[in-house]
Design a protein around this ligand. Structure first.
Ligand code: COA
Length: 371
C-alpha cells in the first residue's frame, strides 16, 4: 500500500501500478458499500415533537399607546387588529425570552437538554451583534456539547430557522434540534412613531425537532424566497457596518424600525397568497385540504385576505394578533401555541404555515402536526 504522499501524476512504475490497483479496489469497495448504504437508507423526515413559548408579563395596551402618540383604540383595532402586546422590562433580552421558551417546552416535554445536537435561533433583535444568540442560549441552558447559529430573516426568522433545522434532521445525523424564534422588538421601536409602535410586541417560541418514526407525521415541504429590493421598505439602518453607532445615528433614530407601511402591506398580501398557492400546488392540494392555517401575525387584514383567497374558512385560521401584536420571529410558534390551547390543532392535522418579513423574506411550510 502507498503511504500518504504527493498525488500520482504521469507515467507510473510497476510497483506504483500494483499499489494503485489495491488503492482503487479499496476506494471502489468503500464507495460501493456507502453508496449501497445510502440507497438502502429510508429518507428521514423531521417532526416537531414539542413546543414552548414565552411572553414577558408587562402588557402595553392600546389605551397606553393613546397616551403616548396620536392614535385611538378604534383605529388600531380596525386597521391592524391589535388590542395589546407584551413588552420586556429593561435588561431583558432576546436570549432571556428564548431560554424561558425552552424551559416552557421542557415542562410539557421533559428530556435531557444535553442530547441537543444543534440550536438554531431566528432573531433580528439579538442581545448584541455577537456572540450569536444561539451561543448565549447554549451557555444559559448549560448544554455542554452542541453547536448552533442565528438566522436573520425578519418576520420569517422562525420559519427559516425551522426549515434549516429540518434539513439537519433529514440528513440523518441530527436527532434533536432546538429551533427558537425570539424577538425583543421594543428594543428598536420608536415610541413616538404611531405607524410603527402600535404594531410590534416582544415574545419567543421554541420547538424541538426530532426524526419522525416511519409512516408518521412531520414536516412535509417548504418553499421560500428572498427579494432584497424590499429592504428599502422595512429596515433598521443604524448600528451595522454601514452606519456604526454615532451621536448622529442616534439623533436620527437610525437604531429604530423604519417602515413604509403601505408598501409592506401590499407586498405582504401579494406574497403570502403567492407562497401559499405555490406550496399547495406543488403538493396537489387546495386550501380546503388544510386543517389549520398559521400565518405570520403582522396585520389581521393580511391574514384574512390570504385566507379568503385560499378559500379557507376563518375557523381554520389562527389569529392572536389582538393579544400579542407582531412578535417577529416569535410569532409562528406563539400562534402554534394559541392553536393548541384553543383546541384547533391536533395530532395528524395538515398545517400550512406562511410568513412574509423584512428583506423581503417569504416562505411557506406544509406539515402534519405530530403531537
Ligand atoms: N393611529 C392613527 N392614525 C394613524 C396611525 C395610528 N397609529 N398610523 C398611521 N396613521 C394615519 C397615517 O398618518 C395616515 O394619515 P394621513 O392620511 O393623514 O396621512 C392614515 O392613518 C393612513 O395611513 P396608512 O399608512 O395608509 O394606513 P394603513 O391603513 O396602511 O395602516 C399600517 C398603516 C402600518 C398599520 C399598515 O400599512 C400595515 O399594517 N402595514 C404592514 C406592516 C407590517 O406588516 N409590518 C411588518 C411586516 S412583517
Amino acid at each position: 500500500m502507498r503511504g500518504a504522499g504527493p498525488p500520482l501524476k504521469g507515467r507510473l512504475s510497476p510497483q506504483e501500478v500494483i499499489g494503485l490497483d489495491i488503492l482503487i479496489l479499496i476506494v471502489e469497495n468503500t464507495h460501493f458499500s456507502s453508496f449501497r448504504e445510502l440507497s438502502l437508507t429510508k429518507p428521514v423526515r423531521a417532526k416537531i415533537s414539542a413546543l414552548g413559548t414565552y411572553l414577558p408579563p408587562r402588557v402595553l395596551t392600546n389605551a397606553d399607546l393613546e397616551k403616548m402618540v396620536d392614535t385611538t383604540n378604534e383605529w388600531i383595532m380596525e386597521r391592524v387588529g391589535i388590542r395589546e402586546r407584551h413588552i420586556v422590562d429593561k435588561g431583558v433580552a432576546a436570549s432571556d425570552l428564548a431560554v424561558a421558551a425552552v424551559k416552557k417546552l421542557l415542562e410539557s416535554h421533559p428530556f435531557d437538554l444535553q442530547e441537543v445536537d444543534l440550536i438554531v435561533v431566528g432573531t433580528v433583535t439579538p442581545d448584541m451583534m455577537y456572540p450569536s444568540t444561539a451561543c448565549l442560549v447554549q451557555h444559559k441552558l448549560g448544554i455542554e456539547d452542541t453547536w448552533g447559529f442565528d438566522v436573520s430573516a425578519g418576520c420569517s426568522g422562525f420559519l427559516y430557522a425551522l426549515n434549516t433545522g429540518v434539513k439537519f434532521v433529514e440528513s440523518g445525523q441530527y436527532k434533536k434540534v432546538l429551533v427558537i424564534g425570539s424577538d425583543v422588538n421594543s428594543s428598536m421601536t420608536d415610541y413616538t412613531d404611531r405607524a410603527v409602535c402600535i404594531i410590534f410586541g416582544d415574545g419567543a417560541g421554541a420547538v424541538l425537532l426530532e426524526p419522525a418514526e416511519e409512516g408518521e407525521l412531520g414536516i412535509l415541504d417548504h418553499v421560500a424566497q428572498i427579494e432584497g429590493m424590499g429592504g428599502q421598505y422595512l429596515f433598521m439602518p443604524g448600528g451595522g457596518s454601514l452606519h456604526p453607532a454615532t451621536h448622529e445615528t442616534v439623533d436620527q433614530k437610525m437604531h429604530c424600525i423604519h417602515q413604509d407601511g403601505k408598501n409592506v402591506f401590499k407586498y405582504a398580501v401579494k406574497k403570502m397568497v403567492e407562497m401559499t398557492e405555490r406550496i399547495l400546488e406543488k403538493n396537489k392540494l387546495t386550501g380546503k385540504d388544510i386543517d389549520c392555517f398559521i400565518a405570520h401575525q403582522a396585520n389581521r387584514r393580511i391574514i384574512t385576505a390570504t385566507a379568503e383567497r385560499l378559500g379557507m374558512p376563518l375557523e381554520k385560521v389562527i389569529i392572536n394578533i389582538d393579544r400579542y401584536g407582531n412578535t417577529t420571529a416569535g410569532t409562528i410558534p406563539i400562534a402554534m401555541q394559541t392553536a393548541l390551547e384553543e383546541g384547533r390543532l391536533k395530532k395528524g392535522d395538515r398545517v400550512l404555515v406562511a410568513t412574509v418579513g423584512a428583506g423581503f423574506t417569504s416562505g411557506a411550510t406544509l406539515l402534519r402536526w405530530a403531537f
